[in-house]
Design a protein around this ligand. Structure first.
Ligand code: SF4
Ligand code: MG
Length: 318
């Protein structure tokens, strides 16, 4: 099957302001990411804060303009699109954010919040009200909520409204950036279940960005692990959680509690801190923290390569 979205060599550099006479320098927030996303799947994107996962998510729908690379959505590179074509495409790619508190205007009623995307995409007025009423119920709220303001709702309800807003145009792809991280654990599972129901009902494809591996284990089909702006492993969820290949993924996964309490696993404590993204080490960027580091790791960047049907960027596997 042809992928729904294909990201090729995607880079985002942010300039760092320095003294007037110094050479400009850059943070490679996203440093050459290749990812293929299939229709109907959920791709988890995980990594520590600052690894570039949020920037990657925003670049994928051009909320942040990438520095270079291709973003092929349904066979077309949306980076070449005019403003107008991009606007049209946004109907199909929507985003759910971590904090509905920040992204829902407290001065607007839910009715207005849900109308705005419909108006922006010229949905005829006779269709709008039907969509609004349908969608608010689908996310587990009801018509009576429409006349109320965002601040009147709890965190979980606000995220339902955020999801309704993303869903109202019936997109194909939803990019969710830490959609449950601001919520209580009990509410988290309700929202995750809602997202899974919606996926089935509307044949949605998800990119699910999270630092929380337990949440990703619950929802993802495949998982991309990022480190300093790069994907270092991309694997089927079961394979990654059972048998992570990259030493960084192994350390990250070792901190996740096992669902079977009889099983034992050893927590791998990483040495050293996350290096500055503006001045990463040569070769494999993980080498100063890696227990398996070899000579080649200090000079040569490992490519992301297929190993046993998954992808890993590590010299241990070449
Ligand atoms: Fe460790 Fe070398 Fe693999 Fe990097 S390439 S993760 S330093 S073994
Ligand atoms: Mg983030």
């Amino acid at each position: 099957t042809t992928p729904l979205l294909e990201v090729k060599g995607l880079k985002k550099l942010f300039p760092i302001k320095k003294g007037m006479f110094q050479q400009p320098s850059f943070v490679h927030a996203v440093n050459g990411v290749d990812i293929t996303i299939h229709k109907g799947e959920t791709l988890g994107v995980v990594g520590e804060s600052g690894c570039g996962k949020s920037t990657l998510g925003r670049c994928m729908m051009r909320l942040i303009e990438p520095t270079s690379g291709e973003i092929i959505f349904e066979g077309q590179d949306i980076r070449t699109f005019s403003k107008r074509d991009m606007h049209r495409t946004r109907r199909n790619i929507q985003m759910v954010f971590q904090n509905p508190f920040d992204t829902l205007n407290p001065k607007l009623t839910i009715q207005r919040i849900l109308s705005e995307p419909l108006i922006a995409h010229q949905i005829p007025s006779w269709e709008r009200q039907k969509l609004i009423e349908e969608t608010i119920e689908i996310v587990g709220l009801n018509k009576r909520h429409l006349s109320r303001y965002a601040h009147e709702f709890s965190g979980g309800q606000r995220q339902r409204i955020g999801i309704a807003r993303a869903l109202i145009l019936r997109p194909k792809l939803i990019i969710a950036d830490e959609p449950v991280s601001a919520l209580d654990v009990s509410i988290q599972s309700q929202i995750l279940n809602l997202l899974q129901d919606l996926q089935e009902q509307f044949a949605l494809t998800y990119i699910f960005i999270s630092h929380d591996l337990s949440v990703v284990e619950h929802i993802a089909d495949r998982v991309a692990v990022m480190y300093l702006g790069e994907v270092i492993e991309l694997a089927k969820k079961e394979d990654l959680f059972r048998n992570p290949m990259h030493p960084y993924a192994q350390a990250l996964l070792s901190a996740v509690p096992l669902s079977d309490p009889d099983e034992k696993k050893e927590r791998i404590i990483l040495k050293g801190d996350l290096p500055s993204p503006s001045n990463p080490p040569a070769g494999c960027k993980f080498n100063p923290r890696c227990h398996a580091c070899m000579d080649i790791c200090k000079t040569t960047v490992p490519e992301l390569k297929e190993v046993d049907g998954n992808l890993v960027a590590c010299h241990l596997y070449s």
